[in-house]
Design a protein around this ligand. Structure first.
Ligand code: KE4
Length: 427
């Protein structure tokens, strides 16, 4: 595959941008090689600067659920841009998107728009701490909630001690209040809550983990979190930045029937432009400035272009049968990959909820971060590069999700399965 222009651009990027990229995972460090520079995309396909084209299963890490450059999104944003790009004043558009979100997600009575998932989570945690007047946070290993300081924590030695920083530049003080437990581990979570409930403001969880590869919640996991938090006045925060409008129009909370106190959203609600959001019960959201004392602000919050793209995307997702079709396509792909791996004798564990898919090169099962890490990342890297050569773009990291869009055709799926069939044989 010719990659001369990408290589040239990467060399130049390295002169001006740390690691040559504006977000670490894009640098291909987890799979080796150099990143491809994308020129344009349409539907399920990406086109790079060297003229190569790929079926895209990254979809900008989730937002592009309608595929790239969906005609009605393009039209709406093209029209909106002629009215200027930002006012820093309220618009009818923001009211529309807020209404759509509260109608889609029953646990959200009020919602605040921000510009990224990180900002949404950071604000939701500040709000939970203000509402409960407690400082403690409990998160789960392998879950990622954006890069705010106190979430870049790892389990202290032995679960009893509080979090220690997992990244230079984060003062120990900032992660002291952050506890971590293994995802899906009800017993440990219960033990931590019993020990620390007096100081816990919230438990934050990706209801379907998407940042260690895809790991669905165990049978009673989410319901138990709900019961335990309720019993101790701890707020339950669902980080649905990935799962919101991905696995169901009402998010994972609608799929599993568990209502959190606060929900964080992002990605799909901006249709690929910068939007994040956090929302929940009026009684809690009423504390957010200027209605209440919890300060949070943003120059471009509710930006008219980003909100327009979000409104168009959610409107298209309301069409009957959209999620059923996404489910069918994704099931087709998973079946095909499973059969191909079996035929080639490659140990493959797949995890899937709707159109978000996990592919692990391990016997499995994969139920948490420890078991996800048993996956052979060297084999994943070979799989990634050989599929790339065949015009298929999976995530350049084992610990991400593969996504499908409404633009992926059955021909795309067939081509992907046929390619995987050939690739698995070499593994
Ligand atoms: P952003 O700040 O990147 O918009 O959102 C942070 C975030 C919060 N919560 C969850 C569950 C997330 O998955 C994310 C961001 N996801 C990563 C990859 N899975 C975005 C890709 C990147 O970091 O470049």
């Amino acid at each position: 595959m010719k990659t001369t222009r990408s290589q040239k651009l990467f060399a130049e990027a390295l002169r001006f941008i740390p690691g040559g990229v504006n977000s670490p995972v894009r640098a291909f460090l987890a799979v080796g090689g150099q990143p491809l520079f994308i020129k344009r995309a349409k539907g399920s396909r990406l086109y790079d600067v060297d003229g190569n084209s790929f079926i895209d299963y990254v979809l900008s890490w989730g937002p592009m659920i309608l595929g790239h450059a969906h005609p009605s999104v393009v039209k709406a944003v093209a029209r909106a841009v002629t009215n200027s790009t930002s006012y820093g004043a309220p618009t009818e558009l923001e009211v529309r998107l807020a209404r759509m979100i509260t109608e889609a997600v029953p646990s959200i009575e009020e919602v605040r728009l921000v510009s990224s998932g990180t900002e949404a989570v950071m604000s939701a945690i500040r709000l939970a701490r203000a509402y409960t007047k407690r400082d403690g946070i409990l998160k789960f290993e392998g879950c990622y909630h954006g890069h705010s300081d106190y979430l870049l924590a790892k389990a202290g030695s032995g679960l009893a001690t509080l979090g220690i920083p997992d990244c230079p530049g984060v003062p120990a003080d900032f992660t002291r209040h952050t506890l971590t437990a293994p995802f899906n581990d009800v017993r440990t979570t219960q033990q931590l809550i019993l020990e620390h409930h007096r100081e816990l403001a919230c438990i934050i969880v990706e209801p379907i983990a998407g940042n260690m590869g895809v790991v669905p919640p165990g049978e009673e996991f989410l319901a138990t979190l709900r019961t335990l938090t309720e019993a101790h006045g701890i707020l339950l925060i669902f980080d649905e930045v990935i799962t919101g409008f991905r696995v169901h129009y009402g998010g994972a909370q609608a799929l599993y029937g568990v209502r959190p106190d606060l929900t964080c959203l992002g990605k799909i609600i901006g249709g690929g432009l910068p939007v994040g959001a956090y929302g929940g019960k009026r009684e809690i959201m009423g504390l957010v400035a200027p209605a209440g004392p919890v300060y949070q602000a943003g120059t471009l919050s509710g930006n008219p272009l980003a909100v327009t793209a979000g409104i168009e995307t959610l409107t298209k997702l309301q069409a009957p049968g959209v999620y059923k079709k996404l489910e069918q396509r994704a099931a087709e792909l998973a079946e095909g990959l499973g059969a191909a791996a079996k035929k080639a004798g490659v140990p493959l564990t797949q995890t899937r909820v709707g159109s978000m898919l996990g592919v692990f090169f391990t016997k499995g099962p994969v139920v948490d971060y420890a078991s996800a890490k048993r996956s052979d990342t060297q084999v994943y890297a070979k799989f990634f590069h050989q599929m790339l050569e065949k015009g298929i773009y999976f995530a350049p990291s084992q610990f991400e999700a593969a996504f499908l869009s409404t633009a992926h055709t059955s021909e795309d799926i067939e081509h992907t399965i046929k390619s995987a069939d050939a690739v698995f044989k070499t593994l």
